[in-house]
Design a protein around this ligand. Structure first.
Ligand code: AMP
Ligand code: GLY
Length: 420
């Protein structure tokens, strides 16, 4: 099987690494020149992935990020007769439009925060007042994780409404969503879906705030663990029954079956798990520890999901836990320099590594063949251990051996009780 990975961050390197272990796979190509993925031996797809897949004998396309899904890449691959893992554009609306997702959850009866949506500022301000001020204000469309303000005061919430409707997020902010603020620990439960069934993965948790203790600005994710110690199999099954399977059933009933990975971002409230958001793809960096924990061949599962025939059994997982620590550059998520030389990376393609892998997220090879930084999140040091403490110790043992100017990381990923 020749697999083409669309995307090229840490999530896609983790997918490529896991896929490379499949005895079915002879080549892994990518649309982004991530040196970690290219080291696994495939080609670089330039131009349109549908055309490239057609002329390069690609048997399976795995789409990592949301943007190409929302733009209908899987629909075009389907039309060309190329097997693709990921939802159609119609199913990807669960992530592309918060308004669609919230209305869908209310119709199907999936627990979520009370909400309203407005294109009119005075109605939005009234909605903030009706929720007593402490609420959450979101741009309706895709804003790369930056369009959400969790307001502590009514003043902050009103300002956020004006920011969104005032055009700060472009077209994504043509409408604003005003939500009840939920409280509790967060959890990510992802499921492989084949249009009819949702097969949950191990639960995971990401840490989005830049600094230790959940302080500082929101980022794309500073680390992730899998599974969190405070979550048991009963809770995951509750999420499957109350969230994931109803979502798959509801999308099938609308004639837009969901295939691919459905990601429920949850808050564990005193009234049970409630959905903060759906994503229609693997989380980054949750994908990194998930791939280290998965104990079976991913490729047949992806093909089965895209063909509507996932196995009627639970997935197989390693015992223990995995922890991913993200190493960032400069003042990420603010401004950061690029082109910094990266030293200390493990040699080779890490294909046979099982317990410690350095996933590359924002790197490229420069003209001298040296690996340099190309993004704010540069590396994802991912380790397995017999328990979370051991996984954490292994990851943090390696982080300081990786070098580039301005490298920085959180020190509390995988500690008990860390929020944010
Ligand atoms: P979203 O992009 O909708 O997942 O929101 C990003 C982050 O904002 C989430 O990970 C939560 O930490 C926070 N958040 C979103 N919605 C709510 C809510 N209704 N109550 C409390 N926190 C929220
Ligand atoms: N880790 C959160 C996300 O991928 O959206």
């Amino acid at each position: 099987v020749h697999v083409l990975i669309v995307g090229g961050g840490g999530r896609e390197h983790a997918l490529a690494w896991r896929i490379a272990q499949s005895p079915l796979v002879h080549s892994i190509s990518t649309t982004v020149a991530n040196p970690g993925i290219l080291a696994l031996g495939g080609g670089l797809c330039t131009g349109d992935p549908v055309a490239w897949a057609g002329t390069h004998g690609v048997d399976l396309v795995v789409v990592g990020p949301e943007a190409p899904l929302v733009e209908g890449l899987v629909d075009r691959l389907d039309a060309a007769g190329i097997t693709a893992f990921g939802p159609s554009a119609a199913a990807a609306r669960l992530e592309a439009s918060k308004r669609f997702a919230k209305a869908f959850m209310d119709e199907v009866g999936i627990p979520t925060a009370r909400w309203s949506t407005h294109d009119d500022a005075s109605a939005a301000h009234a909605a903030v007042d009706a929720l007593g001020g402490a609420c959450v204000v979101k741009a309706d469309g895709l804003a790369a994780g930056k369009g959400v303000v969790v307001a502590d005061t009514a003043e902050d919430a009103h300002r956020a409404v004006d920011d969104v409707l005032g055009g700060r997020f472009g077209a994504a902010g043509a409408r604003v969503v005003v939500e009840e603020r939920l409280r509790g620990p967060e959890l990510s439960v992802l499921a492989l879906c084949d249009g009819q069934r949702a097969l949950p993965l191990l639960p995971a948790r990401d840490h989005k705030r830049r600094f230790d203790g959940g302080e500082g600005p929101n980022t794309g994710g500073m680390g992730a663990i899998c599974p969190p110690a405070d979550v048991d199999a009963d809770l995951v099954d509750q999420v499957r029954r109350t969230v994931l399977q109803p979502a798959v059933d509801g999308m099938a009933a609308r004639g837009t079956p969901f295939r691919g990975v459905l990601y429920a971002g949850l808050m564990l409230t005193p009234d049970g798990p409630k959905v903060l958001e759906f994503n229609v793809r693997f989380g980054d960096p949750e994908c990194q520890p998930l791939m280290m924990m998965l104990d079976e061949d991913l490729v047949p599962l992806m093909v089965a999901a895209s063909q509507g025939r996932l196995p009627q059994r639970a997935l197989r997982w390693r015992a223990g836990a995995a922890c991913c620590v993200v190493v960032t550059a400069g003042a990420y998520p603010g401004v950061y320099p690029k082109g910094l030389a990266v030293r200390g990376l493990p040699p080779g393609d890490q294909r046979d590594a099982r317990d410690l892998v350095v996933f590359q997220a924002g790197t490229r090879e420069d003209m001298d063949g040296e690996i340099v930084t190309s993004g704010g999140r540069v590396l994802g040091v991912t380790a397995w251990g017999a328990d979370l403490g051991a996984a954490r110790a292994r990851a943090y043992g390696v982080v300081p051996t990786l070098h580039f100017d301005t490298a920085a990381w959180r020190t509390d990923i995988g500690l008990p009780g860390v929020e944010g």
